[in-house]
Write a protein that binds this ligand. Structure first.
Ligand code: ADP
Ligand code: ADP
Length: 224
């Protein structure tokens, strides 16, 4: 996994909203960090700034060490699966490699492997409309994993799913994390989900967004 370092981060939107004030956060390679806090406290903004999707107005963000290329090792999963409806499951999962110009044979085998890793072997030729919500999210995770990212950023990925489906995806994510060693930053509203999944919990508070609690979770619970 990649380490992440955030120093004296500040972000003020053009409309004057101060979403983040002086946030410091050092995440070691391979940590699974849950980011908690009320709506509007700046969780999404923090993730988007780390991903490079938003340029902060103050402070520094670094992903990986100085000699790491950085951004190309980062994958993002949103609450909505954001699949392209006219593409098959396979073509959706292969999209990031296609955009990078990876040859078709290579990206097809990588997408097949990524889909298998999320339990979707045999679903390659389906279309998103034929899938359940949980399966769509699995495709979204496969698409994120297909580039073998070393940092996975997830913004309330399972919030729209029912409880049973969410628990299954939590279990899948734990396994993927254990298998790959990637660093994971996971935004959730649920303390229960955070303590189940993460090795560390960071709690933010609003007005303006800052970190009010940062604690290791010693023994991740195992669901019986
Ligand atoms: P969270 O993810 O914790 O709900 P956000 O990071 O989405 O919080 O938002 C933090 C604050 O910034 C909120 O007050 C929100 O209204 C504001 N905000 C978010 N995005 C924008 C934007 N594009 N323009 C202006 N204000 C924004
Ligand atoms: P998830 O927890 O990912 O939403 P579901 O509860 O929808 O998964 O289904 C569990 C498993 O059952 C899926 O991973 C898939 O293998 C299989 N499955 C679900 N829906 C269908 C379907 N419409 N056709 C065939 N198999 C399905």
């Amino acid at each position: 996994g990649l380490p992440v370092r955030v120093a004296a981060l500040q972000h003020i939107f053009p409309n004057g909203v101060e979403a983040i004030r002086r946030v410091d956060l050092a995440i070691a390679a391979g940590e699974f960090v849950a980011i908690l806090g009320p709506s509007g406290c700046g969780k999404s903004t923090l993730l988007r700034v780390i991903a490079g999707l938003e340029r902060q107005t103050g402070g520094d963000v670094s992903v990986g060490s100085a000699d790491d290329a950085g951004r190309s090792d980062i994958a993002f999963v949103f609450q909505d699966a954001h699949l392209l409806p006219w593409r098959t499951v396979l073509a959706n999962a292969a999209l990031p490699l296609e955009l990078r110009g990876v040859p078709v044979e290579q990206r097809t085998s990588a997408a097949i492997a990524a889909l298998a890793s999320v339990g979707l072997a045999g679903f390659e030729d389906r279309y998103p409309a034929q899938l359940s919500g949980g399966m769509k999210m699995r495709v979204s995770i496969a698409r994120a994993l297909v580039t073998r990212p070393r940092l996975l950023l997830m913004d309330e990925p399972f919030a729209a799913l029912d409880e049973i489906t969410r628990q299954k995806l939590d279990d899948l994510l734990r396994k993927l994390w254990a298998d790959t060693g990637m660093t994971v930053l996971f935004v959730t509203h649920s303390t229960e989900e955070a303590t189940y999944l993460a090795s560390r919990a960071v709690v933010m508070s609003r007005r303006p967004g800052r970190i009010v609690l940062d604690h290791a979770i010693d023994l991740p619970a195992v669901r019986s």
